[in-house]
Design a binder for this molecule. Structure first.
Ligand SMILES: C[S@@+](CC[C@H](N)C(=O)[O-])C[C@H]1O[C@@H](n2cnc3c(N)ncnc32)[C@H](O)[C@@H]1O
Length: 209
């Protein structure tokens, strides 16, 4: 708990994250439980860490920023693309009613479900290509994509409610990616860029080893 308090003060509040629900969730979720044992000792460091299969868990500040930009409310149902370690899903599950989380790598999807399934009955896991979304559960109040893409999948825009937000890194692997907020209105979509980021790419099944 002491490590999480330090993380909040030195990495998150100091960079301007002020949402009480986001801060409470970041204080509560044990990030070290969701990492490979070899990284547990540095779980609260100010950088991204490997979670196996060539994938990463984002730096704590980026998780906090993406969550704050999504502006999640207690009654919301949120779709996450890229379960990875399950950390972002757990942060959201502390704040909203239901989280639907899709991961394309089977081993990561299973591991996250094993670690979080008992604690969070409001996280629903699926192993699939997130670009297709989760049609049976749509529409969603918000969508968070934790892998970078140049083109926002049309299915995900369709599955977002009018008035909802999608938070995602836009850009290719070797490009400067921009963390962005897409807002869906009656008239269409509006994209607001935030900060430059570096994420692993959103892939399809043919790109998985
Ligand atoms: C930066 S990591 C996610 C971090 C994760 N949210 C966490 O809290 O640990 C990106 C994840 O997106 C997954 N991913 C990439 N392309 C995907 C796709 N098309 N559908 C679903 N997941 C995908 C990767 O396998 C990887 O686990």
């Amino acid at each position: 708990m002491e490590e999480r308090k330090n993380m909040l003060q030195s990495q998150i509040e100091s960079r301007g994250i002020s949402s009480p629900t986001v801060l409470a969730a970041m204080l509560k979720v044990p990030r070290h439980h969701l990492l490979p044992a070899s990284c547990a000792a540095i779980a609260y460091s100010d950088f991204a860490l490997p979670i196996g299969h060539g994938q990463t868990i984002s730096q704590p500040y980026i998780v906090a920023l993406m969550t704050e930009l999504l502006q999640p409310k207690p009654e919301d149902r949120i779709l996450e693309i890229g379960t990875g370690s399950g950390y972002q899903a757990a942060i959201l599950a502390e704040i909203v009613r239901e989280v639907y989380s899709i991961e394309i790598i089977k081993e990561l999807a299973e591991e996250a479900q094993d670690k979080l399934g008992k604690t969070y009955s409001n996280i629903h896991f699926r192993c699939a290509n997130g670009a297709d979304g989760w049609k049976e559960q749509a529409p969603f109040d918000g969508i968070i994509i934790t892998a970078a893409t140049r083109n926002i999948p049309e299915a995900l825009i369709e599955q977002l409610k009018v008035g909802g937000k999608m938070v995602l890194p836009i850009g290719g692997v070797d490009e400067v990616q921009t963390l962005s907020v897409l807002e869906k209105t009656e008239k269409g979509t509006k994209i607001t860029p935030n900060i430059a980021v570096r994420f692993v790419p959103m892939v399809d099944s043919s790109q998985i080893a």
